[in-house]
Design a protein around this ligand. Sequence first.
Ligand SMILES: *Cc1c(COP(=O)(O)O)cnc(C)c1O
Ligand SMILES: [Zn+2]
Length: 393
Amino acid sequence: MLGEYELRCVNCGRTYEADPWTIVCPHCGGLLEPVFRRKPLGVSWALFRTRKFGVWRYRELLPKVRPVSMGEGGTPLIKVDERLWIKFEGSNPTGSFKDRGMTVAVSLAREAGVRSVICASTGNTSASVAAYASRAGMRSFVVLPRGKVARGKLAQAVLHGAVIIEVDGPFDAALDVVMRVSGRESGLYPLNSINPWRLEGQKTLAFEVVDEIGVPDWIVLPVGNAGNISAIWKGFREMKELGLIDRTPRLAGVQAEGASPIARAFKEGLNQPIFTDEPETVATAIRIGRPVNWPKAFRALRESGGTVEMVTDEEILEAQRALGRMGVGVEPASAASYAGYLKLLGREISDDDRVVLVATGHALKDPDAFPFPEPVRASSVDEAVEKIRRLAV
Ligand SMILES: *Cc1c(COP(=O)(O)O)cnc(C)c1O
Ligand SMILES: [Zn+2]
């Protein structure tokens, strides 16, 4: 298994034989990145396009495993106007982009004989882990920040049979728990984005965008633990190295003002985040104070000539409402893409740039995020008919 890859530490540069259980560098604790030992042969758009649109269309660029799959990826790229598209990740099986990573990491885990998986989560990872673990016949444990997980996501974790552990504190505390308890000895396989095989799956979003509209000028996405921005950049980097594209887009990360360790550092020209122990935002999916994937994310920003923007909760909710009125239903974290785009337009992003916004998760994930206006009430059919007639004129 995994013979086509080796794992390289992004911190010290040491390389290791690829093994599903090697999650961080055994030498320095740094993040690991799967790299191909040899250039994969015979890859071309023509080959890819003989297959169904989705994560496994690009299987030459993924671990060679028997997939635990429910049709991840292949999500709609909704055209807003001549220059703007929304990659609607809410169409994934559990309603967020996390499924792209989970299909790959859970497939590997199954082949490695794993019986139980674990994750910390702001919600969507737990929904995805619970579903894919069940599909693969494994037990799942999800560690959540108490009181800070949107109802739809919690409901999914329950429905798919996860054991739920709630801790007091932010997501970062939940992740500490996972890092302490997971490993070969406990047999608990960690499925957070620190797991490099999840990011292998998530890089396919980049492939799909290029497959449909070529290389855009910008990709704009929300940044929490910073796994997705790292994964998407890896996708673009690999396509360039393989000659599948001849240029790469710039990446724009967006963080909520109350949870902006990377955006703040970027604005001050620092080369590492300004961590916070008390992140706060309505966009619970990105309510993270200590993003573990920051070294990969900083590299993605540097190499792509990218940027990071900060948006307020009000701007996020306004953007969510605006997208809703376009027919596009996203959860608050995903609306941060659009809010950030509006801020960057006319500055870093110019009017004639082609831009893809990543809408990371579905609106139904978090039905409590927006206010419900008083409905029009009627106590009889006649009264309802009468009121509608009056409203419709
Ligand atoms: C996980 C998640 C994010 C953040 O992604 P990272 O890889 O942690 O940066 C953003 N939006 C939604 C909806 C998510 O579920
Ligand atoms: Zn190292």
